[in-house]
Design a protein around this ligand. Sequence first.
Ligand code: PLP
Length: 380
Amino acid sequence: MKVYLDNAATTPMDREVIDAIIPIMESGFGNPSSVHAFGRGTRAIIEKSRKQVAKYINAAPSEIVFTGGGTEADNMVLRCAVQDSGVTHIITSATEHHAVIDTAEVLDAGNDKLKLSLVKHDAKGYIDLDSLIQLLEENKDRKTLVSLMHANNEIGNRIPLKKVSEICKQYGAVFHSDTVQTMCHYSFDVRELGIDFLTCSAHKFHGPKGIGFLYVNQDIQIKPIITGGAQERNVRAGTENIIGIVGLTKAMEVAYRDLEAHQNHVQGLKTYMMEQLEATIPGVTYNGDPKGDSLYTVLNVQFPNSEMDEMLLYNFDIEGIAVSGGSACSSGSNVGSHVLRNIGADMTKPSIRFSFSKYNTKEEIDYTISVIKDLFAVTA
Ligand code: PLP
């Protein structure tokens, strides 16, 4: 049996997405910047897509910038904030995706005017909101960008978006949330949230890779980090990825059409897996708080030590089960997981991230549990 439980790393494309893309590959090749009919045709498709995407999060179409994925969108926010918007203080967390934390560190290095602050975490790995308030209070004289992800890609812990947004407003800080793991898994209303930036990546919800978008509140002006063309209203140069844009839009349509059913199905699998693990493996525990405010697609399991600690991930692979060792996007090993390290997880124990999608079944979880049972029975 082959079981794919690494859906936080990436998801398989939906058949409906593939079917929407094929006609564009066959005939939607005109450059959207061209004035002839071929170009006008693809331009119309892009603008229709932008409208649809905006509608799903209650934004205006002009607030949506298509990007080459989540990493680029995150980079745009941080780099624009510092280079063009006069931000002199970034508050983020040590458990952000590398697209945010590495970018913040690069911007901070060699820039005397910029200050980088990291919020604390509580014992369960949640962002400590008192620590956020304290950092904002202590730096009232600076223009601050707060960048905190909606749900952590490795452990699943979420932040209360509306509450954080209100705190930022109170202190006049700009608020960005990396919603790459949660967009199309929850509903978003940017007007209600009062948020400034959101970032999205289609391959996390059965769309194509290399396409995403940045939501930028209309009150904020950004400048391009990639120059060389007037595309995307002058903020993201480069011929548009029409295939990706159509795929993203279809993936979003399918996700929001079937949202509740998928939420229930996937949460059911996660709960079932926890029950089975607890009944089967003595000493099993979790990183993060999977029974609390947790992204329903992610379950980070800390296994008891055994002879095969080093080999655990490979043993899953041999049995046909694709999982990841702690880290979302660099599947392979949990040795370097900055998330687990920074929430104070026990790094001497092997941790495996199981992440689910609408395509997973209870039978696949049963198979996974049977493999885990065998692995631990053999070596215990
Ligand atoms: N942010 C988070 C939270 C992610 O999990 C990922 C995943 O890889 C990214 C950003 C990067 O997105 P992309 O792969 O589209 O560049």
